[in-house]
Design a protein around this ligand. Structure first.
Ligand code: GLU
Length: 493
């Protein structure tokens, strides 16, 4: 049977990067096997599920390029089928009605006492309704007494399955309580819904977080009761914060949400590559992998058992998220084919109101040369509109540290830069070699270091301390803009 996998998020918040990684691994597995990647929105918790969350999940998946192959399944629409399955199990004697009054079940203390007592007696099968006669059970139900439906787990035996990541998994039936399939208010519960939907969707492999391992044992019991073949399972290691806590929004804030990265100027290609390496490595240990390479190299054997660590330092703005994610993004910005980077830069400049149509027409060549030059040192797309602003606008800020260090320390520069501007204005062929010659000669005449002049020029021309070769910057900005800026009083004020 050809591979069919699904990503099954609950739409109760933003798309967590751990969930995004689960989606990615499912997608890569499906593609590597020539199978299908499906999406099921598990929206049965009506109080917590929101439209907004569904939208954010869809946007996040689209951003990463993980588009499902079939129409989205909404779990809440299958409710009747879930209840019908439970009724079938009831009919077959594989489940039973539990008439324990709702208040008692919901009273946490009573519930805990029941479970504790059962554990002490080493018998989770001690529910008094488990062995109620069929007639008695039918009679009480017909009389309108509310009941939950519980799976009748055999007294002896174990569930076992071979997890593709964690190996053989076994659990003794004595450790699993007769799980509720349908609550007394008619609401089918999670494990039942998941199994019914996975059967109906023809899912062959379930790839999901390691935190579902316990559920898997329960779900296998439901598969068996329903007479269905369980799929193959692969559980993924957790993603932990540096202190060892599970990465969560509650403790770690926005860095956990996928859209944070989109909004912070990450390239989807780069972030996808980074996510793929959180808990998985290819055989060849390569780090930069395109989607095609990820697909070609992906295998469940490459998934690690140990939890992945997400390295960041909330007290250091430069390390606000995992270093590797930032490094990876810079690497993509620097090395990806320019033609693929340009649309992203266009988006960013548009957003910052720096975009001009000329960049795709008469200034196309200049624009592409500029982006190619400045991308060398950039980490995110935001850098094009922040640090790179001076290339696209006359209205840019001056970094105060650069002003102090490169201008105010040498007050004579104010006059000198203006003189230099006069000379540059006379230069006929405004290109790197000539500019360099002219500035070297000028520096010598004035008895000031060439480097001092260049640093000052960088500060005045671009507003920032570091950037590409200054001679290339002169060339890119052109004579007119360079001269005007060198003469300007603005940075001195
Ligand atoms: N809805 C579950 C979750 O978001 C996933 C269920 C599954 O993958 O089986 O954790």
């Amino acid at each position: 049977m050809s591979v069919r996998v699904r990503f099954a998020p609950s739409p109760t918040g933003y798309l967590h990067i751990g969930s995004a990684r689960t989606a990615l691994f499912n997608f890569l597995y499906a593609r590597s096997k020539g199978g299908k990647f499906l999406l099921r929105i598990e929206d049965t918790d009506l109080n917590r599920s929101t439209e907004e969350s569904v939208r954010s999940i869809l946007e996040g998946l689209e951003w990463l390029g993980l588009v499902p192959d079939e129409p989205i399944v909404f779990q809440s629409r299958n409710k009747d089928k879930h209840v019908a399955a439970a009724l079938r199990l009831l009919e077959a004697g594989k489940a039973y009605r539990d008439f324990t009054p709702k208040e008692q079940i919901e009273d946490k203390n009573i519930k805990e006492t029941i479970v504790e007592r059962a554990r002490e007696q080493k018998d989770l099968r001690s529910n008094p309704y488990r062995d109620l006669s069929q007639e008695e059970s039918d009679r009480r139900a017909a009389a309108g007494e509310p009941f939950a439906i519980r799976l009748k787990i055999p007294k002896e035996g174990k569930t076992r399955f071979e997890d593709a990541v964690y190996g053989l998994q076994e659990r003794d039936f004595s450790e699993i309580e007769d799980l509720v399939l349908v609550r007394s208010d008619g609401h089918p519960l999670y494990n039942l819904a998941v199994v019914c939907d996975d059967i109906e969707m023809g899912i062959t492999d379930i790839i999901r977080g390691q935190d579902h391992l316990t559920n898997t044992h329960k779900q296998i019991l439901i598969y068996e009761a329903l007479g269905a073949e369980p799929p193959r399972f692969a559980h993924l290691p957790l993603i932990l914060a540096p202190g060892g806590k599970k990465l969560s929004k509650r403790y770690h804030g926005e860095i956990v949400s996928l859209t944070t990265y989109r909004d912070a100027g990450f390239l989807p290609e780069a972030f996808r590559n980074f996510l793929a390496l959180l808990g998985w490595s290819p055989k060849n240990d390569k780090e930069i992998l395109s989607m095609q390479e990820l697909i070609e190299n992906f295998s469940l054997e490459g998934i690690h058992r140990s939890n992945a660590i997400f390295n960041f330092d909330p007290n250091n703005p430069k390390r606000w998220t995992d270093d590797k994610a930032i490094w990876m993004n810079a690497e993509y910005i620097r090395t990806m084919p320019l033609a693929e980077l340009l649309p992203h830069v266009k988006e960013e400049l548009k957003r910052a109101k720096l975009w001009r149509e000329e960049y795709e027409n008469e200034q196309k060549e200049w624009f592409e040369k500029t982006i190619d030059l400045i991308r060398e040192r950039f980490f995110t797309l935001k850098d094009f509109s922040n640090q790179g602003r001076a290339y696209f606008s006359e209205d840019y800020d001056f970094d105060s540290k650069a002003i102090e260090k490169n201008l105010k320390k040498h007050p004579e520069l104010r006059q000198l830069l203006s003189e230099l501007a006069e000379k540059l204005e006379q230069l006929e062929d405004f290109q790197a070699e000539n500019i360099e010659q002219l500035i070297r000669k000028f520096a010598e005449e004035k008895g000031i270091g060439f480097g001092v002049i260049m640093n000052a020029a960088r500060t005045v021309l671009t507003g920032v301390q570091v950037g590409p070769s200054m001679l290339a910057v002169f060339e890119i900005l052109g004579k007119q803009r360079s001269v005007l800026r060198l003469k300007s009083n603005l940075p001195w004020s």
